[in-house]
Design a protein. Structure first.
Length: 134
């Protein structure tokens, strides 16, 4: 007996943001390697990887939360779990001495920079008009 599948709601602006964040992360990794070598590039790569994974998970959780019928407690618990995993990985990377804090932060900055850039470049004017009329 097949179980009913949850409908998927996808944000039209998430894909450009993911591509932009990933691209900026890759550029930052290359720049860190050229300017500082392997150790800073490793930190930037860890930060950029966390940024991309966090944005992807945020999009999936948001879609699930918006499409959920009934109790949203499951999605809220998953969001809390995502946050705890993110913080846990950062602590593990820093306390374990795997990466330095500044390169990690620089890599993670790919997320806010990428989201902002993707909105500026790939903005859908129709979405802006809908927000203004609401």
């Amino acid at each position: 007996m097949a179980t009913p599948e949850t409908p998927r709601v996808r944000s039209p602006s998430l894909r450009p943001a993911l591509v932009t964040v990933s691209s900026l992360g890759c550029l930052a990794i290359v720049a860190a390697f050229v300017l500082g070598g392997k150790q800073p590039a490793t930190g930037v790569a860890a930060g950029a990887g966390l940024a991309v994974a966090n944005l992807w998970a945020f999009g999936r959780l948001g879609s699930g939360l918006l499409s959920a019928k009934g109790s949203k407690a499951r999605w809220i618990a998953l969001a809390l779990g995502k946050l705890l995993v993110l913080f846990g990985l950062v602590v593990l990377l820093l306390v374990g001495g795997i990466v330095d804090p500044i390169p990690l932060a620089l890599g993670y900055m790919a997320m806010p920079a990428g989201i902002t850039l993707s909105y500026a470049v790939f903005r859908n004017p129709g979405l802006d008009r809908n927000r203004e009329s609401a």
